[in-house]
Design a binder for this molecule. Sequence first.
Ligand code: AMP
Ligand code: GLY
Length: 421
Amino acid sequence: MEIVIVGSGGREYSIGLGLQKECRIDGIYFYPGNGATSRLGKNIDFANEQEFIDFALNHQIGLVIIGPEAPLVEGLADSLRENGILVFGPSAKAARLEGSKAYMKEFAKHYNIPTARFIQTQEYAEACAFIENLNLPIVVKADGLCAGKGVIIAESYEEAKRAAKEMLEGKSFGDSGKTIIVEEFLDGFELSIFALCDGKDFIVLPAAQDHKRLLDKDKGPNTGGMGAYAPSPLATPQIIEKVKSQIIAPTLEGMIQEGNPFSGTLFCGIMVVKNEPYLLEFNVRFGDPECEVLMPLFKNGLLDCFLACAKGDLKNVQFELESKMCVGVVVASKDYPFKNSPKEKITIESLKEGTESHISFAGVSKVKEYLYASGGRVLVCVGKGDNIQEAVKNAYTQVESVKFNGMQYRKDIAYQALGKQ
Ligand code: AMP
Ligand code: GLY
């Protein structure tokens, strides 16, 4: 079988790496891929959706896996399905769980899913009235997709009102901020919980923890994620059970009732407060860099999981996970996340045979036989181990093998898990 992975990041590279082990796969295409995915398969590109559909039909593509949220929200999965092509990823209507925070919050309220108290509004006066009734800090969010930037945590009432005003006037996030959500701040620790869903059934993968801030000790600006690890010891079996019964199961049930069953990856951004999980947000795809630490935990059955989700047959799926820890350290370019950095040539030393580590490539381009850092988050160094210390050591050994001008990375990935052992 030949498959296509849509996307160009480290997430898509890691899915390709995970699937490369599957002997039933004869070839992997990346649409459009990056400078390193061409080592795992073939990069392809098209002028429009119809060209892609024609390609998939002509090549009898057995499965399309859609990595990023934008094509999902725009309905790529629907167009492929209408043409009889098997797809891993939700329909546009189901992808609204990520595409519209207002939709997701109203959905959570309707189906009694625990989430922060909120209002959604298009009126400044209404936003102000709600703001005045909340304790500080106050969270103000733009409704639509904002590449992870549409959330302001305001430390004063003035700042909250200013954020609301700028969003509503379309100044900060364009049309994405024409509707806003104002909500109470939840004080706890965050977990990323991923459920593979087929519309009615789901399986939960090991809980991951992301590190969103740029600098050590969770300082500096928010980023797409500077590192992750899984499984997180902070996610106790009781918390996972609550996430399943109070968040994931009612979501799948609710989406059936709404007439838009959810299939694909349901990424639950959770805040745990006093042992109770609250839903911060849904994403309808794997997290990046969380995906890079989840894929290597599959011993077997990854392709079967994707196929079963796509076919609606998850009940009968067989798969096995490794009982290991996995840590991913993002190596970013000099000016990330503020602006684009100049392209820099990357060199990588080979490591001793048997080191349990590898690289998932993200913002890289290829010129002749060389790789250049060309994006913000350039690559993710992934280490595995029998315990968290070993996995951290293996990930940072891999980081030390990488050299390019201006590279930056956090030195404390998985510190919360290390503190627990
Ligand atoms: P979101 O895109 O909604 O997940 O928000 C991005 C980040 O903002 C989250 O990962 C949290 O760190 C933070 N955040 C969002 N909503 C809240 C909230 N209600 N209370 C505390 N932190 C929040
Ligand atoms: N790492 C968080 C995200 O992918 O949204």
